[in-house]
Each structure stands twice: as C-alpha cells, then as structure tokens.
Design a protein around this ligand. Structure first.
Ligand code: MHO
Length: 213
C-alpha cells in the first residue's frame, strides 16, 4: 500500500519534530515524511550533538493535491515554541527550499507574516543542503509507542521513514486528521478490521487531547 506517484520535497523547522511529523503525516497530499537534522554545516549531527543543525521535517508531497503555499500556511500556523521567541538553534524556525518557486513563495509569505508579527519574526529561509535523518527512535515517534500495531503492519525501522501508512497512522494515533478522514482512509491504507478498531479506540482515548511534545 505504498503510494508511487511523482512527489516534491519540502523541508521545515518548526520546533520539536515529533509533533510536526504527526501533523503533516495526516495531511492529504503529503505522501511520506521523515525527521532529521539540517540547515547547518557540521558533519553527521546526532540528537545529542546537533552542531549548528536544526530539527526539521522533510516531506514528500503530491503537488497536484496540495500546493507549497498550503504547506506554508501550515508551517506558519503550527510552531511548537512560537514564531518570535529566541530559541536554541535546535528549534530554529526554518524553511529550506528545494527550488526557486518554493523560495519565492516562502519569501512572499514571510513578508506577510513579518508584518503581522511587527517585525519580531525570527524565521530563516535558506536553500536546502544535506539532510541527516534522525535516529530511528525519532521517526514516527507517536506511532512507535504502538509496537504490536507496527509489527502487524510490518513497519520496520526503514519503513518508518518511507511508508505512507506509517505517516498517516503517526497522526491518527494522536487524534490528528479526525475520525471521519480516518474512516475514509482505512481501505486505501490497507488496514484490516482489527487494526482499524485499534486506531478507533485511540481516537476515543485522545478525545480533547492536544499535541504536547
Ligand atoms: N519536549 C521534548 C522535545 C523532544 S524533540 C525531539 C523533550 O523534552 O524531550 O526535540
């Protein structure tokens, strides 16, 4: 049930990458996600030694279903630690663009936001450079709490970075995306009744819950 269509990449730093991963993972048009470290110059960063890198999420999206402008709206609206606070480089608000069209769109949305924030915005916009995937335990962090479900779907550590199903479940399991969208997604994702029922129960458990890191 992996989705094989042409995609484009987008890369964002929005604070802690766990929540962003869940948020984008259930967004229609986002096909795959992975989290990692980018935006810096030091080699081979690790979670305990980030150098000058930032926690980022890298998305593969279907531009026929979702535009880069839509992704930018989500970027501005969903920062874990806000847009104007002075933060460690780890949590820098960051847009890494992959083509000139993305650069133009990012810069023009930045101007609008900077006005709204009275010039206090601290977001950086830069060309995408090397991306270092984060350690396995950070990938689909929310989904990994559900070991039996992962096992029943054959989601090994590699697939946690490449699987569409993993991206979706990582959001649904914390209540993002909504029950209605989930119900419509079950067959497309290839979930069996037992797996679907498990996710439904999690929706109920998470009712009213938020996305704290
Ligand atoms: N609030 C989380 C941040 C982790 S995120 C991967 C923590 O304190 O562990 O940076």
């Amino acid at each position: 049930h992996d989705v094989d269509i042409p995609t484009k990449k987008a890369t964002f730093g929005m604070g802690c990458f766990w929540s962003n991963d869940s948020l984008f993972g259930v967004t229609p048009g986002v096909i795959r996600t992975r989290v990692g470290y980018s935006g810096g110059t030091t080699k081979n960063p690790h979670y305990r030694n980030l150098g000058d890198h930032t926690e980022v999420i890298e998305l593969d999206y279907d531009p026929k279903t979702i535009t880069y402008e839509d992704l930018l709206k989500m970027f501005w609206a969903n920062h874990e630690y806000g847009l104007t606070k002075k933060l460690k480089r780890q949590y820098q608000s960051l847009i890494l663009y992959h083509e000139e069209k993305q650069q133009v769109a990012a810069e023009s949305s930045y101007k609008v936001m900077q006005n709204q924030c009275n010039g206090q915005l601290r977001t950086e916009i830069a060309p995408a450079g090397p991306f270092y995937p984060a350690e396995d335990y950070h990938q689909k962090y929310r989904l990994q709490g559900h070991k039996d479900l992962c096992r029943s779907l054959g989601l090994d550590s590699k697939k946690l970075q490449t699987s569409h199903v993993a991206a979706r479940l990582n959001g649904y399991l914390v209540g993002i995306g909504g029950k209605t969208q989930f119900e419509q997604d079950i067959i497309r994702l290839g979930l069996n009744e037992k797996q679907a029922e498990y996710v439904r129960r999690e929706f109920e458990r998470n009712e009213g819950g938020g996305l704290a890191c």
